[in-house]
Design a binder for this molecule. Structure first.
Ligand code: G3I
Length: 397
């Protein structure tokens, strides 16, 4: 309670906490750190970190605002095991050192993902060989960080995603119904070759060569390699209520029923100010609740809010601010939601900053500006993290 009184005292008034007017900027500057404001809620607040930027002292200082880190790319299969059995942990170790020196926890991202995967893995067509390769990879990576990485995105983006008509089609073909990538006969249809050449295709060597059971296999291997690590399945566009989140919900229900050691669902939360689709805040709250009812934790793993859209800039900034606030509040109001991670620190380094199709507009999806200074929306987010939090569920086994 005392922390909140101190926080209020540093503001011009309650209204400034909930709005984004000129006071928000002052609020942003008056906060000790995000980790400090989030601590009483029992939630961690994290950021994706790039090892290559850590030499920049201002970046490193901003990184220390957070209570957890996630390596943005350094633990993906491509960087970690570029050649069979040849592992490179330099980047991840640098981030882990930052975490250890600053009493931060680290999330691991990610063990099994069809993307950022070396060609030698993609080329495997023998089921037993691929299983052995997954086993070596997970044993090596999770085993190395046993006790030091507290949560893993074991399987990432396993489900297909409908993003508009491919190949001149105007309607969603039935084969695009959300399913585990690579497990439907048409996932490798030459008709979808262009789609599969990108990062968001239908195919996955894991689903195609092993079948759906690769997911269970990955979780069991990760659990054996570090029985204390929290294990997550992580996906995008599955935050609200819709075909994809339904498919993911059914899938994790089955995993739980089968006794697979899964602790939670990672909701990436790459959302937009203007366009919500089925990811309204109300839907996200409901989806979190049904996952919580399964006994699962929820981590918001890759939070960012794009400003792109067609409304006036002022309207979109208001909507963007609202989204940061509403999602943070959704998490602190849900005991099973125990962690919020933003996907990066500063706008210009974000993978989304250049996604607007209109002129030179930037999407400005994060909490810090070009100079790693706190933006006004930082104050809104920080205030929301303190907004009458419901106690968090336990974050360890
Ligand atoms: O490090 C190499 C560098 O050596 C090389 O010269 C350069 C040339 O392209 O590429 C560099 O690697 C890039 C890497 O980021 C590090 O900057 C890759 O090309 C680039 O593809 C990669 O992008 C990452 C993307 O995942 C890949 O899919 C983004 O940084 C990263 O933010 C993004 O993160 C994903 C999550 O893992 C999963 N969810 C979606 C999210 C956004 O796409």
């Amino acid at each position: 309670m005392q922390h909140r009184l101190r926080f209020f005292a540093s503001c011009a008034g309650l209204a400034c906490l909930l709005g984004c007017g000129s006071n928000s900027s002052a609020v942003s500057q008056s906060i000790a750190s995000l980790r400090a404001v989030a601590r009483p809620s029992g939630r961690t607040v994290g950021a994706a970190i790039s090892a290559s930027r850590l030499d920049d002292a201002v970046y490193a200082a901003a990184a220390r605002e957070f209570s957890t880190t996630t390596p943005e790319n350094e633990l993906k299969w491509g960087p970690v095991e570029p050649e069979p059995g040849v592992f490179s942990f330099d980047g991840a170790d640098r981030i882990l050192a930052l975490a250890a020196e600053n009493d931060m926890r680290m999330r691991g991202h990610t063990l099994v993902w069809h993307s950022q995967l070396p060609d030698w893995v993609k080329a495997i067509s023998d089921r037993d060989e691929l299983i052995a390769v997954i086993e070596r990879h997970i044993n090596e990576v999770v085993g190395r960080y046993r006790g030091r990485i507290y949560a893993w995105d074991v399987v990432n983006e396993a489900f297909t995603d409908w993003r508009g008509p491919p190949m001149g089609q105007t309607e969603r073909p039935p084969e695009f119904d959300p399913h585990l990538r690579g497990t439907h006969p048409s996932d490798t249809d030459p008709m979808y070759a262009d789609l599969n050449a990108g990062t968001n295709g239908l195919d996955s060597v894991f689903g195609r060569v092993i079948g759906p059971e690769y997911v269970e296999l990955a979780f069991r291997l990760a659990h054996a390699a570090d029985p204390n690590a929290l294990l997550f399945i992580n996906d995008f566009n599955a935050e609200g209520l819709g075909a994809k989140s339904d498919a993911l919900y059914r899938f994790v229900s089955d995993l739980k029923a089968a006794g697979v050691p899964i602790d939670g669902v990672g909701l990436q939360m790459h959302i937009s100010a203007e366009t919500m689709g089925d990811r309204t805040t109300a839907n996200i709250v409901q989806n979190m609740q049904r996952l919580a009812d399964l006994g699962l934790q929820i981590h918001i793993t890759e939070f960012d809010v794009s400003l792109c859209g067609t409304l006036s800039l002022e309207e979109r900034r208001t909507l963007q601010t609202n989204r940061w606030r509403e999602i943070a509040e959704a998490c602190v109001n849900q005991p099973a939601c125990t962690a919020i991670t933003t996907w990066g620190i500063a706008d210009p380094n974000s993978w989304r900053d250049r996604e607007c199709s209109v002129g030179a507009e930037r999407s400005e999806p994060l909490l810090f500006d070009l100079n790693y200074q706190r933006k006004p929306v930082y104050g809104t987010f920080a205030a929301a993290l303190q907004h009458d939090p419901v106690p968090a569920a336990a974050t360890q086994h």
